[in-house]
Design a protein around this ligand. Structure first.
Ligand SMILES: *Cc1c(COP(=O)(O)O)cnc(C)c1O
Length: 369
């Protein structure tokens, strides 16, 4: 009987991390500072320092981080915001949530990331900002995107929900834009044990706005300077993230090692497209996505043999029912549509065993012979 291989699992890797996390949780329970307790500030400082940014503002989840980042740079009703057509729905929803219009742009066919070339075609007099998404854990080519935003006077926001601890040139993703949104959803490279998120910025004005906005618009309790929301990073999650941040490099290196094994072992299959990393771009393999025209058959074949896979993402935003109001149609984004029809994400997570990975490799190979 073949081994059951999950798409993702939470393992005690590096060994001992589970116990450290449990102790951190216990400490918070005993201190009872559940809302904006000392661990929130400690984690915010540690995360900002890790990335080389001035501020990290902990919030309830990645979606709220995107909303805050966009709102802080002034996105509002009537604005257009350029967003990659192949991203998780949250990126576009955050734009709509602020009353602005998401304008979709094709990714690069090789890297699956938005580029300055494809984004520039969509710039109009109404464009306020560009949201780049470092998809699957690979950074976008930031130099040209920064230049583009500068020359058109646009705000640059990074959706770094899949890109904790990855560098473009020698600089971390999340430090290129005016503001960057991170998610700490449990399966992300830096994951909490529940929902969590953060906005990262080095602009003190944006940070001051966001610290208040996430907490009902108050800095001092019951003194409200603006009409804010409640989206605070939970103290328990902050305590957990503080531990996990100490291991982030190691966790990412393990993902890169596992990706290296896949890349090596699957390279000779002609009907398979493997992830491509562009020059100067780092990749921390939040998701290891292969592409094949036999995607659905491969997925069922692996499933029958006990291996779970995933699709990121099966229905592009412009073909989602919720986005009919934008009046896009099939054929508008051929690269994105092809990706949706051919991509398959293989199991890859820290703590995945060699036996598990060997089985995935063996099965993928045997499918194609
Ligand atoms: C996970 C993710 C988000 C949203 O994060 P949540 O914490 O689940 O709200 C946003 N954008 C991208 C690209 C993501 O992968």
């Amino acid at each position: 009987m073949a081994l059951q291989v999950p798409y993702v699992a939470f393992r005690d890797w590096p060994a001992g991390i589970t116990q450290q996390v449990e102790q951190a949780v216990l400490k918070v329970m005993r201190e009872q500072q559940y809302i904006l307790g000392p661990d929130v500030n400690a984690f915010e400082d540690a995360f900002a320092k890790f990335l080389g940014a001035d501020f990290a503002i902990g919030v309830g989840n990645g979606f709220d981080a995107l909303v805050l980042a966009l709102k802080s740079v002034g996105v509002g009703p009537g604005d257009e915001v350029i967003v990659p057509a192949n991203t998780f729905i949250a990126t576009a929803n955050a734009v709509v949530h602020l009353g602005a219009v998401p304008v979709l742009a094709e990714p690069d066919q090789q890297t699956c990331n938005l580029t300055a070339e494809t984004a520039e075609k969509h710039i109009t007099s109404k464009t306020k900002a560009i949201v780049v998404v470092h998809l699957y854990g690979q950074t976008c080519e930031m130099e040209k995107l920064q230049q583009l935003c500068k020359s058109y006077n646009l705000k640059l926001v990074e959706d770094a929900a899949q890109a904790h601890g990855v560098k473009y040139n020698n600089q971390f993703a999340g430090t290129f834009g005016d503001a960057a949104a991170f998610s700490f959803y449990p399966t992300k490279n830096l994951g909490a044990s529940g929902d969590g998120g953060a906005v990262v910025t080095s602009d003190p004005e944006l940070a001051a706005f966001m610290y208040r906005y996430r907490n009902y618009g108050q800095q001092e309790k019951y003194h409200n300077e603006l009409i804010g929301i409640n989206s605070r990073l939970d103290t328990l999650q902050a305590a957990i993230l503080k531990i996990k941040l100490q291991h982030l490099h190691q966790l990412n290196q393990e993902r890169q090692r596992l990706a290296g094994v896949y890349l090596q072992e699957l390279q000779s299959i002609s009907d398979l497209t493997l992830p491509v990393t562009a020059d100067h771009c780092g990749h921390v393999y939040h998701i290891f996505t292969i592409r094949t025209s036999h995607r659905d058959e491969l997925q069922s074949y692996l499933q029958q043999q006990g291996m779970q896979t995933a699709i990121h993402y099966p229905v592009p935003i412009h073909l989602q029912q919720a986005y009919r109001f934008l009046n896009y149609k099939t054929g508008d984004f051929p690269v994105t549509e092809e990706l949706a029809n051919t991509c398959l994400s293989l199991p890859l997570f820290p703590g995945m065993t060699a036996a598990e990975q060997e089985q995935v490799i063996r099965s993928v190979k045997s499918f194609f012979v």
